[in-house]
Each structure stands twice: as structure tokens, then as C-alpha cells.
Write a protein that binds this ligand. Sequence first.
Ligand SMILES: *Cc1c(COP(=O)(O)O)cnc(C)c1O
Length: 397
Amino acid sequence: MEQLAIFGGTPVRETTICYGRQCIQEDDIAAVAETLRSNLITCGPRVTQFEQELCEYTGAKYAVVVSNGTAALHLAALAAEIGPGDEVIVSSITFAASSNSVLYCGGTPVFADINPETYNIDPASIRKLITPKTKAVVAVDFTGQATELDEIRAICKEHNLILIEDAAHSIGTKYKGQDVGSIADMTCFSFHPVKTITAGEGGAITTNDEALYRKLLRLRTHGITRNPDEMAHPTDDPWYQEQVDLGYNYRMTDFQAALLISQLHKLPAFSARRKEIVAMYDQAFADVPEIFVQKEIPESDTTRHLYIIRLNLDMLNCTRREFFDAMSAEHVQPQVHYLPVYWHSYYEKLGYQKGLCPEAEKLYSEIMSIPLYPALTDAEVQDTITAVKKVVAYYRK
Ligand SMILES: *Cc1c(COP(=O)(O)O)cnc(C)c1O
């Protein structure tokens, strides 16, 4: 058997590939440069244009672009009027920002367990956690796969809860033929460089509710409005603006929006390439019983952000850590998404304890994400498959 690189063998690749990276081309750079030469470099025409195009793409009525995905989640939580005493049910396997947004508002995150096959929030777990204090649900489209939106919307309707969809992973995904962004009360996107389209840093919230939209717009810029209908003391003074809420500066620059417009135009191509790579991996791992792959629900037409392999540790003579280190030594650098949020020491200090979500904790101990991004070549995909199979073969019981 071929020796693993970690024990002195030859690595599958000479150079290292990572789990994700942006795809920026010359026309993206030209769009940014053009905007930098224009008059308005923030709050200008590109921000408005991107908001319109995002509405057209997702089918949402309104879009508000902000400085990052975390700001999007924060403003959505504020617009949902989450405050002290309110409980918000949040996916347990997600980036910390999903639940930090609840803490920013003084609310209490309550962590729901996941479905062990799809890795998305389990609607049955949501039901069990509802109390008279529950105000909202933050459901994450983990890895890009749409969460079970019909079931979750029905639960929210029944209990009068606001549904915030954390779609940081899922731009380009459809649920029952409908684009993510037009389904939940508010949908939050991230345009961080590892995400499917990027602004360097950026985010957006989409909604079909005009009142929420107006509020999000104000909160993005200090809670200040120019709209007399929203003022306590409207005047006809042309300079007059009024601060009616406590908002933030969560604006995005116009040159970032220019980059995003260029990226959005490439989303169909990015999405197609991500699907091709996912299909190659799925096929390659179909006959490897030591590896589980994520189950797709038929309702989701997924633009995958992350490709996760889950180790069947009963069939392997190694730990997840040993597998991870062996992959790194083969120069296919994995990453783990994510630690159950409430395992972070900050949450531990708030009183959350281990054991809360057994399926999430088990998943965390068995997974790693392997490279998935549009610029990955077929040869690099093959190297990744070779590396996984080589490590599996070495540690096979
Ligand atoms: C990336 C991410 C965020 C935060 O987005 P930023 O743009 O980095 O602030 C929120 N939720 C999830 C699930 C993410 O992956």
C-alpha cells in the first residue's frame, strides 16, 4: 500500500489546495476600477443596481445591501424586534454569527438539533423548543442545501414566529423551484470571499414585507430617515433628516457593489461548476463505505457552498484528527464546519452545556470539508478524490 505523506510518502499534490476561495477575473477588477473613478464611491448607483438585480434574481420584492453577512443577520434580528426576554431558535451547526445576532439584540438563542442525514435544522427539534417566549427562528441553509422551508414556515405560522433564513451558504439554491431569498420573512446573504459570490466583505437582506424593508433601510444608516412619513417632526426644510431608531453604519461601498454585480452575473456559471464538482465527488465516494456524503432533499436544487465528507469511524483505524492531518499532508487542506455554536467558550460562560444537541455533536466529531470552488480544475478534483481514497485505504480496518 502507498505510504501516506504524513509518514514520509509522496503527497498526492505538490501544492496545497484549500476548501474554498474566491473567483475574481479581469472583468471583476475592471468593474471595481471604473467605480473608483466615478463621483460616488459609497451609497451610489451600484448599490441600488445590485439591490435591484438581487431582487430580480431571487424574486424577492426588496433587498438591502449591507457591509457583511453578520450585519445582515443583526439588522434582521433588530427588524424582527428581538430583545431581552425573547427566545430565538437557531441551528446548532452553523457559523457563530447566526446566533450572535440574537445576542447583539439582548435575545436568548435556543439551539435546535439537526437532521443526521441532511445536517440541516430538524423541524421536530424546533417544535420541541417552542415556549411562550419564542419570537423567531434562524434557520441556516447549511452547505447551501435549502432547509425544510415548508415545514418550518408552517411551524412559524402556527406559533406566530418570524423566520430568518441564514442563506450565507445558499445563494443560487432553489427550494421547490423557488429561489432562496423570496421564501422566508427575511433572508440574509453573505458575500465573504469563501462564499459563492463575493464583495470582499458584504451582505444583504431580502424580504417581501415593505414595513420590514423600510426598517432595515433606516437601521443600515444610523436609524436616520429622509421620509417625512417616518418622522415624529416632519418639516419642509430641505436639509432635514431625523433619527427615529438607533441604527448603525452598515453601508457597503459602491466599488464593492460593482464587484458584486459582476459576480452575480457569473452566478449561473459558478453554480453549474459547483454542481459538476459535487457530482464528481458523489460518484467517487458512492462505493466508499467509510465515507458518508450529505443527503439531499429532493425539494432543494442546491448550489453547494461546502462539500463535507463524514467519516464512518467504525470502519477506520484512525481518529478524525488523524484523517484531517493525513489529508493536509497530501496537500489537500480540509476544514471543519462547524463546532456546535454553544461549545464556544463564550457560550459556555453564558451557561450552555454540552449534550444539548446530540446529533449536532456527533456530526461535528466526524466531518471535514474538502475543496469546492468554481476555479477548481478537474485534475484538482481528481487529486482530492485520490487523497481521500488513499487515506481511507491506509486506515481501513
Ligand atoms: C459566513 C457566514 C455568516 C457571516 O457572514 P460574514 O459576511 O462573514 O459576516 C453567517 N452565517 C453563516 C452560516 C456563514 O457561513
